[in-house]
Design a protein around this ligand. Structure first.
Ligand code: SF4
Length: 244
């Protein structure tokens, strides 16, 4: 592995095509664990295609919360079949799910933000922490256009709590660019995107949006519209996610 700082990474890769960036990164961090967390959104599918088509040494994983849409589950299978590769599924701890269901009810997350974040912690954050264990690079599909909260993010960031480098290669991409790439390269995508769902998470916590609404307005729509509260905790600091 070459020695390189976050600033140098941000400079070096700011205008480079996705596949080239990923290849170079794999070279720089040769022998280190590199992972990509996919939630099967458009941006995730673009990154997955670049990793799989170039046979890069980056593990693609998803958090199988066990509350996913059947369309999302079908997309996992379709993607694996198309590229003949595996998307590793991280599932929640069954005991924690049982305890939550007993104390809060299966859908207790509708009752308060605290109960919702507790559910997200069990079904997403704890499995995510397992998936990221030992990783040097964590690649995400975060884009600035998704919400105001994501505007301040950088291409490369240091996650001090997890001691890893977070890489958001599609940060500046527009939704139109994503569709162009998806169609030009025949990349599989979730059929729900064509039914008003730009951002897709767990089925009970995602609804279609109306024209003009923020891309993430269909996530946890029953809560107040504070952007920081419309994050499940995956991309906010660990301490904040735990506290919530
Ligand atoms: Fe639970 Fe909803 Fe969070 Fe999924 S998005 S983990 S169902 S609260």
């Amino acid at each position: 592995m070459k020695n390189i700082s976050i600033d140098e990474l941000n400079q070096q890769f700011k205008a480079q095509p996705l596949a080239e960036t990923l290849k170079e990164l794999a070279d720089i961090f040769d022998g280190q664990k590199m992972v990509f967390s996919s939630s099967l959104g458009l941006e995730d599918q673009v990154i997955t295609a670049a990793i799989f088509e170039n046979d890069l040494p980056i593990q693609v994983f998803t958090l199988d919360t066990q509350r996913l849409f059947k369309e999302t589950e079908a997309l996992i299978t379709e993607t694996e079949q198309k590229y003949q590769k595996t998307i590793v599924r991280f599932t929640p701890n069954p005991d924690a799910i049982q305890e939550y269901t007993k104390t809060e009810g299966l859908n207790g997350f509708y009752e308060s933000i605290e109960k919702r974040k507790k559910c997200c912690y069990i079904r997403k954050i704890e499995p995510l922490n397992r998936a990221l264990k030992g990783a040097k690079i964590w690649i995400t599909g975060i884009r600035q256009a998704q919400s105001e909260f994501r505007n301040n993010m950088q291409l490369f960031e240091y996650d001090s709590e997890r001691d890893l480098i977070k890489f958001n290669p599609l940060l500046a991409w527009s939704t139109e660019q994503l569709w162009e790439c998806i169609r030009a390269n025949q990349i599989p995508f979730n059929s729900l995107h064509e039914k008003g769902y730009p951002s897709i998470g767990c089925e009970p916590c995602t609804r279609a949006i109306k024209p003009g609404e923020d891309e993430r307005a269909g996530r946890w729509w029953w809560e107040n519209q504070d952007q920081t509260k419309q994050e499940c905790g995956l991309h906010v600091p660990l301490k904040a996610a735990k506290k919530a």
